[in-house]
Design a binder for this molecule. Sequence first.
Ligand SMILES: [Zn+2]
Length: 223
Amino acid sequence: MPRVFFSSRHGGISNGAYTSLNLGDHVGDSLESVTANREVLRKALSLSHLVFMNQSHSSDVSVITEDAYSIHTPNADALMTNLRGFGLAVMVADCVPLLLASESWVAAVHVGRVGLLDGIVEKVLVEFESRSTTPSRAWIGPHICADCYEVSPEMYKTATTERPQLATSESTHCLNLAAEIREILNRANIAITDVHSCAAESTDYFSYRRDGVTGRFAGVISL
Ligand SMILES: [Zn+2]
């Protein structure tokens, strides 16, 4: 069984807007604090390694091998590995932290509007397939909910024309990211666990929409 965990904003050492378990090294917090917070998480989960990525709303997938890990933090928005004890972390503050597992591989995926429209979820499923393995379970972590994720009417039209499951109502023009993700996973017969927490509504999580300058929490999966 894979191990799955979603952090909150509690339990770290960062101060101010980043209080306290900020895991993002790109949001203005001190790197010493972020490194210490990541180590707190790694130890709490008893992982030999905890791998992060430099996320940029791309649809790039990085496969972690022991060789690759020692060299760099990958520029990607999805991580995959078949190494035991290697935790894969996806950082978020409103976007969807999506975790996937087959018998022998796990993946952590950063799913925002841009990545979703670019097909990052389907791309990760293809990566599993190319390794002759099929994910059977998925976890959708805390993210901005369909009541809170308002976008411009133009953006709403473009996104919902391309992906109808994103639609809520023309009057509020909010996007339902989780509905579209569930649609893709259901088509692939993947069992879904959705924690149903809204990052923008719960003060237990960082939310970029709510706070602007803020930290990042994470979804972590390992074999
Ligand atoms: Zn909400």
